[in-house]
Design a protein around this ligand. Structure first.
Ligand code: MN
Length: 707
């Protein structure tokens, strides 16, 4: 327990108590067990808990780390853990136990299955994976006690799977350690060389590094910016990867240490970048703005490589404190900074995104397929090639110059006519090798890719880009389909496509999506480049705008039309209006106008359910004129009463007493109820209210509705 004490201070008393009892339980359970190399087994869970603690995870994680091998290797059951530590701890320990049961290095089949399990476990509780990674770190740290064959197999798996997952989760700290630990056993010669020589090389670089840091520190002070400057050593495996990919010597790797400037705000990042470029000349094509375009794991930073007065280039990374946390700790940042209420939400949003990216569809029934898919996605089967300018591209192993061309840009792909690899002209189907320098030969007059490129390209994105080129080409068919799709959707929305295709509107849509013709627009819908909604939205909007303007113009011309309904539309009288049959608005009702095609403005009650289905663009403000100006109006009612004799006569007499005239009377009996429908002419809304109140207060009448 001693090694923990100093580090538990940020936990509550109860949490420390829980950690202590987990410690005792594990200690007792593992008693007498030994690790290879002669140490007591209990050393292992304690070390894993320590790694978890250093990562900044919560007390629950520390408890689970201590207990992670208890169910697997001792007589303690999950039920007992649940009783003593609760369901959350039991669930995490269960997840860890399940992961333990599979041996990665056995068969590919089993490996695939385990990999899939790992990912599903991750979507349950990310702490399961973080503890599993800590477990792997400690096992790798102490793997020297195992047989060589086992060392290599475990190291390969650590590199292929665990380091990749750590990278995906954005936990750079774990990724670097796992990579270097695996590297040590996979490439012992190279590892040994780098360990001894990187340090020497760093020492050489150190003196001017200090000067750069000093200069930058002074700049921060001058601007009054609160910030930090750190030297960030590159991990050995990344150095090795870079040397291999670019085929360069250690002396040529100039970013053994990058200088990192950490400030408070994004705008400070850019102002520091400006000064850096003023002091040191930037190297061309080396500036990367990952703030505007973050990496897929949400990594954000500005990277630039500048030339120092000593003639050594140096990489400078500029980012905010928050970006730095996320870059180092990834998902783990969520627990590390739990107390920090202020910055938390923003960080959590990003982590949530990361989690979603990891959640997997259940479609992947076939473990093997799933494994190869994820593995390639994670970078295990990747090669790194470079452009003649030195820009690096990660491509799937087996990629061809065509894949490279499309990775650079779809236009480079479409105009590609040949390729040089390491200065030699090659066939386009030649697979690229790690470290190749690829130059694409393009011709502006090229008519585009050839169809068999679809078989040559290896990456899904290149294939998609080639396919999309052809889709754009297959016009006649696409035009026809696109037009039909638009016609159907327009009809569904209550329009005729031909009405919508006014030249001005079409021009507008063409400009918006850079179409060259109306046919081009149809074709694009036909092959799925644009949705019908994207095209129709603008067309309808423009059409309705025009319709409204027309109605207003007509209204202006015929100002003296007498509107028997007495309705003011959009602030003016004299419109051609009609009252909707569905809701029968009467003076005093809240109403809204609907600009119909050719029938003027249809007036509905605002509460009419039909209004909700209308296009918003066609709705127009409407009100009844003041009541004094209004002539008597008809209103239809439905009265439901107990089917007792005399109720019909009662209704008739109420109407008579109020001196109203009634028409279209109709009565029927249904399930013991009398249902009467009739229309009355009422002089005003007030009269209508009186009538409704009289009817409703009649003892035999159950309900009165306006129809
Ligand atoms: Mn373990």
């Amino acid at each position: 327990m001693r090694e923990f004490r100093g580090k538990l201070t940020h936990f509550s008393k109860d949490e420390v108590k829980l950690i202590k009892s987990a410690y005792s339980l594990a200690e007792k359970a593992h008693e007498g067990q030994m690790r290879e190399g002669g140490l007591p087994f209990f050393v292992h869970p304690v070390a894993v808990a320590q790694i978890v603690l250093d990562l900044g995870l919560d007390a629950t994680s520390v408890v689970c780390a201590l207990l992670h091998d208890v169910v697997e290797d001792t007589s303690v059951t999950l039920k007992e853990i649940e009783t003593q530590f609760g369901l959350e701890v039991a669930n995490i320990v269960e997840g860890l136990t399940k992961l333990e049961k599979f041996n990665f290095e056995s068969k590919e089949e089993a490996q695939a299955e385990n990999f899939k399990k790992m990912f599903f476990a991750m979507s349950k509780d990310i702490r399961i994976i973080l503890i599993k990674l800590a477990d792997r770190i400690h096992n790798m740290r102490s793997i020297c006690a195992k047989p060589v064959k086992k060392q290599i197999a475990t190291a390969q798996e650590t590199l292929d799977i665990y380091a990749s997952i750590a990278g995906r989760l954005g936990v750079a700290k774990f990724k670097a350690e796992l990579e270097d630990l695996a590297f040590r056993y996979l490439e012992p010669g190279a590892y040994k060389f780098l360990v001894t020589n990187v340090e020497k090389q760093r020492k050489k670089q150190n003196h001017f590094l200090l000067q750069v840091k000093e200069t930058l520190k002074n700049q921060l002070a001058e601007f009054g910016i609160n910030g930090e400057i750190k030297g960030r050593p590159k991990n050995l495996y990344s150095i090795f990867r870079k040397m291999k990919a670019l085929n360069i010597s250690l002396e040529e790797v100039y970013d053994l240490i990058a200088v990192r400037v950490i400030v408070e705000t994004e705008s400070e990042c850019y102002s520091i970048l400006g000064t850096v470029h003023k002091i040191y000349p930037p190297l061309p094509n080396r500036f990367k703005d990952y703030i505007v375009v973050p990496k897929s794991n949400k990594y954000q930073s500005l990277h630039t490589t500048v030339m120092t007065p000593h003639g050594m280039p140096i990489e400078i990374q500029i980012r905010t404190f928050e970006m730095d946390e996320l870059a180092e700790y990834g998902v783990a940042a969520h627990w590390k900074y739990k107390e920090d209420k202020a910055g938390k939400n923003k960080l959590d949003d990003k982590i949530a995104w990361l989690r979603r990216a990891l959640e997997l569809e259940e479609d992947y029934k076939d473990s093997k397929e799933f494994y190869s898919l994820m593995k390639s996605d994670l970078g295990a089967d990747e090669i790194v090639v470079s452009s003649p300018m030195g820009d690096l591209y990660n491509l799937r192993a087996g990629s061809t110059p065509i894949d490279f061309a499309y990775a650079v840009h779809s236009e480079v792909g479409n105009k590609c006519t040949g390729a040089k690899v390491n200065g030699v002209i090659v066939k386009l189907e030649k697979p690229l090798q790690n470290g190749d320098v690829v130059q694409i030969i393009t011709n502006q007059n090229s008519k585009g890719p050839s169809r068999d490129w679809l078989n040559i390209a290896q990456t899904p994105s290149a294939k998609a880009k080639i396919r999309s080129f052809f889709k754009k080409q297959e016009k006649p068919e696409n035009i026809k389909r696109g037009k039909e799709m638009l016609e159907m959707e327009a009809k569904r929305r209550g329009y005729k496509l031909s009405d919508l295709l006014e030249p001005v509107s079409v021009q507008n849509v063409m400009r918006r999506y850079t179409f060259i013709s109306e046919a081009d627009m149809f074709a694009s819908v036909g092959y799925g480049g644009l949705t019908t909604g994207q095209v129709l939205f603008k067309l309808i909007q423009l059409h309705d705008k025009k319709a409204k303007a027309q109605i207003r113009a007509v209204a202006k011309q015929s100002k003296n039309i007498s509107d028997p309904n007495g309705i003011v539309v959009d602030g003016a009288a004299g419109f051609l209006t009609s009252l909707a049959k569905c809701c029968n608005p009467v003076p005093g009702d809240e109403i809204v106008g609907y600009i119909s095609r050719g029938r003027g403005v249809l007036v509905h009650r605002t509460s009419c359910p039909n209004v909700r289905g209308f296009e918003q663009e066609r709705l127009i403000e409407a009100t009844f004129k003041r009541e004094a100006d209004v002539k008597p109006f008809n209103v239809s009612l439905q009265v439901t009463a107990h089917d007792e004799q005399g109720v019909l006569a009662d209704v008739a007499s109420i109407i008579k007493i109020l001196k109203l005239s009634m028409s279209a009377f109709n009565a029927r009996t249904e399930r013991g109820e009398a249902i009467m429908n009739f229309t009355v002419l009422v002089p005003s809304l007030k009269d209508l209210e009186v009538l409704l109140n009289k009817l409703r207060s009649h003892s035999k009448i159950k309900s009165v509705y306006r129809v």
